[in-house]
Design a protein around this ligand. Sequence first.
Ligand SMILES: NC(=O)c1ccc[n+]([C@@H]2O[C@H](COP(=O)([O-])OP(=O)(O)OC[C@H]3O[C@@H](n4cnc5c(N)ncnc54)[C@H](O)[C@@H]3O)[C@@H](O)[C@H]2O)c1
Length: 341
Amino acid sequence: MPDPVDEEVIKSANPAAFNAIPRNCTSNRNNQMKVSIIGGGGLVGSCAASALQFGGIVREINLVDVNQDLVEGQALDLLHGASLTSDQRITSSGADGAKDADVICITAGLRRKPDESRLDLINRNVALFRSILGDMKKHGYRKDAIVFVVSNPVDVLTYLAVRELELPPNQVLGLGTVLDTTRLRSMLAQRLNVQPSQVHVTIYGEHGDSMVANWSNAQIGGLPVDKYPGVTPALIAEVEKKTRGSGAEVIKKKGGAGFAVGVSIADVIHNIALDRHRILPVSSLQNGAYGLHDVCISVPTIVGRRGAVSHIEVELWPKELTALQKSGQVLRETIDKVLGG
Ligand SMILES: NC(=O)c1ccc[n+]([C@@H]2O[C@H](COP(=O)([O-])OP(=O)(O)OC[C@H]3O[C@@H](n4cnc5c(N)ncnc54)[C@H](O)[C@@H]3O)[C@@H](O)[C@H]2O)c1
């Protein structure tokens, strides 16, 4: 597959050869995407915007936020670097800016108050999220838009978006365990002194306490992880534990996650923009894979321009399958509590 620069050369020199290039993956002709980030003034939204700018794949990055000064400042700061990064349009706007977006990424969310219970925070975030969905309905959205939820509790809010928006369920995705997965891969690589891109292990289930690391299919550079030199059950348990506590650790040390969640969001959006059909652990509505029904949760999912194209079911260790189904139950119970079933 030629890179985008090569394509321009081929196009002018040999239009027939240009037209013969397959278009189902990395092609510069697919990059006509407008991405709106609702909550784009905040830490997560602005880091996602920065990652999309470095990616240089989408055409327009539109930041939407209720804090007008903040969002204008973020857009201006990004724009100032445009001549050294990517030829993209950078804009800020009110809620109406998302009406013609191809991808609407929602990162607006509230942080926990001192002494507030997890459930109270969930209830406040559900109310905020409902108002954002209300804004979207008021201003309209494209019928082929992909709605990509990042705000927490991400699986519950993804389910709410599926239920309240008039979109096919495959067009609603949540970030799910994409961030947890890159945390695990990157930290395991550091412990073993190997390249992070060669560590293949994925987390599925809830983006939360009941997440499930899929060690039965884990590999390092194509080799089984449990046979890799230096890997012990104790090391695996230690890195997994550190991954589970990563969100809290980053919040404690710097106030909230930014860079890693930003690149995680951009990775999913680039897969949509380029219709790549790669398998990612995004959250989407389940209809039977792994025995999961009527809940949004992460399982291996093919992601493309139509969103969650399909779910892939492979054999897991029995204890992994049980844990994944338990994770689905945990989410179903939370949905019943906060959305009333
Ligand atoms: N899914 C994940 O892996 C993951 C990872 C990290 C953070 N998060 C979640 O992302 C969310 C945002 O975190 P943050 O650190 O960026 O918070 P933040 O406070 O920095 O930013 C939130 C932004 O949302 C804006 N906002 C509030 N109400 C709005 C509305 N109605 N319309 C538009 N914008 C609105 C605020 O003005 C603010 O700029 C939180 O829910 C957090 O838990 C998810």
